[in-house]
Design a protein around this ligand. Structure first.
Ligand code: NDP
Length: 448
């Protein structure tokens, strides 16, 4: 049994009831096998992998709150402080009924490597609650957030652990959480990111994930001797990531022909008119079908995803598992030669097998989410820097740093893949590059 297999077997025996976490750990461990094999003695001597796969700390707590009818309610709260070798724990808070320890451990584990890849000093963590903000009044959400933060505030801090938003935690929730933290601790510090611009938020954070996705895609395409200019681009989703990926892609000369929501997709052969999408989605939270009502040349396909549309580049920016093996085969058969993941886990494992086969056979370019959508957390770390120096940078300053970070991530992933004999495999490259920095820091800090 290899060291990696040994560690995974131990994990499986200990945490059999955590399938999501086991799956994530298995995938990462398998892809770092080349670097582990090359450094086996060094890593074994300090129990490096055994320590890497166990969170430094998991905090679980009850979150009691009172609903608008005066009835007491109870939810569970969690914070998984996974790894602080390279900086304070950093990762989002998710409020969703599906939240449990296994899912948060899975997300926290992945976050370690994504954060490391950004090159910024941030460790990995994740947290949240099984609370569902959908259908709750503002006052209920506020009371919940205040109760949640009353307990969480004991374990976080600007130099300790800096949570952000995730599913179910947007600007409103971050505002309530921040207010309660300040009230309890009497500290005005950058303890959360994704804050409003009037209380320490960063310019360009809204655009960061979508812009970052296109910056890394452009770098990957250019390194392969091609260009995004005049290429046909299929985008799924029409939320935050999709809107700004489309905007940056158009600025670089790509022709974005689709956008979607959970009801269907629109196809505009002349190129999506983003002012109309912004008006529908940001203006009045409408459905994407409205686009086809307003643009005569566009078609609306109810209940379908856009993967059957012929394209050069695909950017899934909606949700998890939105591309299965069949959709991936259709994309490749129709001539798509590049795919970068804006959403988290948009491709299922069959789809990833299809990309890998296409990569080996014809140089298909695939950039996984861990690297491709790291622009969001990278800009959160830039928000921390601005908070620490009590200054606000201009949009251009933040955007230019984001651009450099994404270009850097591409090269780290490409170089690590090449160094360990997997040239062009950015899944392996991203995991190895993220892992190496954390492993070095852990080894240097002794058995802690
Ligand atoms: P939004 O909620 O703003 O947008 C999500 C989009 O995906 C909407 O158009 C939504 O349509 C669509 N969608 C949701 N569920 C489905 C579904 N089951 N089938 C088809 N379409 C669906 O989210 P974001 O843009 O912020 O996030 C998108 C993805 O990017 C997520 O995976 C997120 O985790 C990831 N991500 C986001 C970051 C960020 O900074 N925002 C950072 C890193 C990753 P509808 O309106 O109909 O629900």
């Amino acid at each position: 049994m290899s060291y990696v297999e040994e560690v995974y077997a131990g994990l499986e025996a200990k945490h059999a009831h955590e399938p999501e976490f086991l799956e994530a750990a298995k995938r990462v461990l398998e892809s770092i096998e080349p670097v582990v094999a090359a450094n086996e003695e060094k890593y074994r001597s300090v129990n490096l992998l055994e320590r890497l796969v166990e969170p430094e700390r998991i905090i679980t707590f009850r979150v009691p709150w009172v609903d608008d009818a005066g009835k007491p309610q109870l939810n569970l709260g969690y914070r998984v402080q996974f790894n602080s070798a390279i900086g304070p724990y950093k990762g989002g808070l998710r409020f969703h009924p599906s939240v449990n320890q296994s899912i948060l451990k899975f997300l926290g584990f992945e976050q370690i490597f994504k954060n490391s890849l950004t090159g910024l000093p941030i460790g990995g963590g994740k947290g949240g609650s099984d609370f569902d903000p959908k259908g709750k009044s503002d006052a209920e959400v506020m009371r919940f957030c205040q109760s949640f933060m009353t307990e969480l505030s004991k374990y976080i801090g600007a130099n300790v652990d800096v949570p952000a938003g995730d599913i179910g935690v947007g600007g409103r929730e971050i505002g309530y959480l921040y207010g309660q933290y300040k009230r309890i601790t009497n500290l005005y510090e950058g303890v959360l990111t994704g804050k409003g611009l009037t209380f320490g938020g960063s310019l360009a954070r809204t655009e960061a994930t979508g812009y970052g996705l296109v910056y890394i895609t452009d770098e990957m395409v250019t390194a392969a001797g091609k260009s995004v200019k005049d290429k046909v681009v299929v985008i799924s989703g029409s939320g935050n990531v999709a809107q700004y990926a489309a905007q940056k892609m158009q600025q670089l000369g790509g022709r974005v022909v689709t956008m979607s929501d959970s009801s269907g997709y629109v196809y505009d052969p002349d190129g999506i008119k983003l002012d109309i999408v912004f008006d529908i989605k940001q203006g009045h939270r409408g459905r994407i079908s409205e686009y086809a009502d307003r643009v005569p040349a566009a078609e609306y396909h109810a209940g379908e995803k856009p993967w059957g549309v012929k394209c050069d580049i695909a950017l899934p920016c909606a949700t998890q598992n939105e591309i299965n093996g069949e959709a991936a085969r259709t994309l490749v058969a129709n001539g798509c030669w590049c795919l970068a993941e804006g959403a988290n886990m948009p491709s299922d494992s069959d789809a990833i097998d299809v990309y890998e086969k296409a990569r080996v056979e014809k140089g298909f370019l695939f950039m996984p989410a861990k690297a491709a959508n790291a622009g969001g957390v990278a800009t959160s770390a830039l928000e921390m820097s601005q908070n620490s120096e009590r200054l606000s940078w201009t949009f251009e300053e933040v955007d230019s740093k984001l651009h450099d970070i994404m270009v850097g991530i591409y090269h780290k992933a490409a170089d690590a893949a090449a160094k360990y004999g997997h040239e062009g495999d950015f899944v392996v490259g991203a995991n190895i590059a993220g892992f190496e920095k954390v492993a070095d820091a852990m080894a240097a800090q002794g058995i802690v």
